[in-house]
Write a protein that binds this ligand. Structure first.
Ligand SMILES: Nc1ncnc2c1ncn2[C@@H]1O[C@H](COP(=O)(O)OP(=O)(O)OP(=O)(O)O)[C@@H](O)[C@H]1O
Length: 225
């Protein structure tokens, strides 16, 4: 699904002190599967994911998504791919304070028909109780808010889900439950999860390790600790 060739992202190109966040990465990613992206803080995981998801323009190299080279697409075409085919879970949740948990999820829906049912179902499968879906974000725990953000990202059944630390505010049991859900979603979609927590990667299909902007290791299968 993704063909990445000699990808680099350098910040502060115009300054003397440049930061090479992604350094000459070449990689292929499949159409479906759950992929863990790990590496120390500052190793370039988010920068790499932002390039793949069109949120950042690489300094050099190329990314093809379903055989379309991003460099040949207009801003409008990129926006369409982002809106219709990609889903995002960011480190910050950006939930709307005056809306209920459910409304925060369905506000993202591309079509209104059945969105309430679908939103409730995803929230429920992510372990949010029916009595909590009418609560506002400030009445929810950090972990519940995080799961709302995951549900919102899944509302349009994106072909690719980009998730930056989606389990960071969850206890282990809930983190495993969320990863199980993503694993089953990844049977028909591609899910890329950045995490610092190797223990949640036992059932993933592939692990990409980053180190200092480079992909230092790619392996099939999960991590057994
Ligand atoms: N907007 C920016 N301007 C300049 N440098 C940046 C910017 N964003 C990130 N960097 C630098 O790029 C490098 C990679 O950062 P990135 O956020 O991609 O790492 P990460 O592996 O996702 O880190 P973390 O696990 O802490 O989220 C770091 O050295 C960081 O300081």
């Amino acid at each position: 699904m993704f063909e990445i060739k000699n990808l680099s992202l350098i910040y502060d190109m115009d300054k003397t002190e440049k930061v090479c966040a992604v350094n000459n990465v070449s990689l292929s990613l499949p159409d479906t599967g759950l992929i863990g992206l790990i590496g120390p803080s500052g190793s370039g995981k988010s920068s790499f994911m932002y390039c793949l998801s069109t949120l950042k323009v690489p300094t050099s190299g190329s990314i093809s998504y379903q055989r379309k080279d991003f460099a040949t697409l207009s801003n409008k075409e990129m926006e369409l791919i982002r809106r219709q085919e990609f889903g995002f879970v960011f480190q910050r949740h950006f939930l709307i304070g005056y809306m209920t948990a459910l409304d925060n999820v369905i506000v993202a829906a591309n079509k209104e028909d059945g969105s309430k049912e679908k939103g409730s179902e995803i929230l429920n499968q992510l372990g949010i109780k029916a009595s909590d879906i009418r609560k506002k974000p400030k009445q929810l725990s950090g972990g519940q808010r995080q799961r709302c953000a995951i549900a919102r990202a899944l509302m349009n059944s994106p072909k690719v889900l980009f998730a930056d630390e989606p389990t960071a505010s969850l206890d282990h049991e809930t983190a495993y439950m969320v990863m199980d859900y993503l694993k089953s979603y990844a049977k028909e979609h591609l899910v890329l999860v950045i995490t610092h927590d190797r223990t949640i990667l036992k059932d993933v299909d592939m692990v990409i390790e980053m180190w200092d902007g480079n992909v230092s290791n790619v392996r099939k299968g999960g991590i057994f600790l």
